[in-house]
Design a binder for this molecule. Structure first.
Ligand code: TMP
Length: 241
């Protein structure tokens, strides 16, 4: 089916969303814009939009095949994908396998501690508030989600972790941590939404521990473009085709 972009519905920090003639389908278009620290730091990672689009779709297809419902419908071009229209559950779901980032800072530990079991945390998706950490009781009190939805989201998030860890390990990458977002279809079904990319995951080379993700931009390490291309090359053979 040929989906065509109609009016723009939304522009976020890394993607735009367009309507289509089908009320249940929207088109996401990935930008090269990079932000960090809730938009305080702004820049461009050339080619990021293409890589995030293609990597995210690759992962969503694999997750679907393994039984995790996602919003993915069809890749339309290098930067554009048709996805099911959802209302986003305003919870950012973060899974961690190895200490890093805000976990290391909050608990005063070094980065790189390998956990015996993955951790899960939620933050409230609200840029004005800086996405504050929240627990399940807070989410239910704020009607961000019901207990049933939270249980399902947790189950899917850990399944995604197991699957992604395996896919990435097979190409020599350790999945340190990542952020997921879920959405609700018109009938209330919960599906995995948003993206899975080096913007939303910490990815370390398993032997050198080199950072192959957006931390290169957040921390001014240089080589962000090359790192994104390297992940793409390992997962899909090359950064272009
Ligand atoms: P954190 O250590 O800064 O809390 O980040 C945990 C993971 O979530 C990391 O893989 C990066 C990802 N993340 C996002 O995708 N969006 C965000 O806004 C933030 C803060 C983190």
């Amino acid at each position: 089916m040929a989906y065509e972009k109609l009016e723009q519905l939304y522009e976020g920090k890394a993607k735009k969303v367009f309507a289509t003639a089908d009320p249940e389908i929207v088109i996401v278009s990935y930008k090269d814009d990079a932000t960090a620290f809730n938009g305080l730091k702004k820049g461009t990672i050339v080619g990021k939009g293409v890589i995030n689009n293609r990597m995210s779709n690759h992962m969503m297809r694999k997750l679907e095949a393994a039984g995790v419902p996602t919003h993915y419908v069809e890749e339309l071009s290098d930067r554009e994908t048709a996805v099911k229209k959802v209302s986003i559950v305003p919870l950012e779901v973060i899974i961690r396998n190895i200490s890093a980032g805000s976990f290391a800072k909050r608990f005063g530990v070094e980065e790189g501690i390998v956990f015996d079991e993955p951790t899960i945390e939620f933050s409230y998706k609200n840029d004005d508030l800086g996405d504050p950490l929240m627990n399940a009781y807070h989410a239910v009190a704020l009607k961000a989600a019901t207990w049933e939805e939270i249980e399902l989201i947790k189950k899917y998030a850990f399944q995604v972790n197991d699957l992604l860890r395996g896919f990435l390990k097979s190409v020599g990458i350790d999945l340190v941590d990542f952020k997921l977002e879920f959405g609700k279809l018109a009938d209330g079904t919960i599906v995995l939404a948003d993206e899975i990319s080096p913007d939303t995951c910490r990815l370390w080379d398993e032997t050198t521990h080199e950072k192959l993700d957006k931390d290169r931009f957040r921390r001014d390490l240089g080589g962000a473009e090359e790192a994104y291309q390297e992940v793409m090359r390992r997962l899909m053979g090359d950064a272009e085709g």
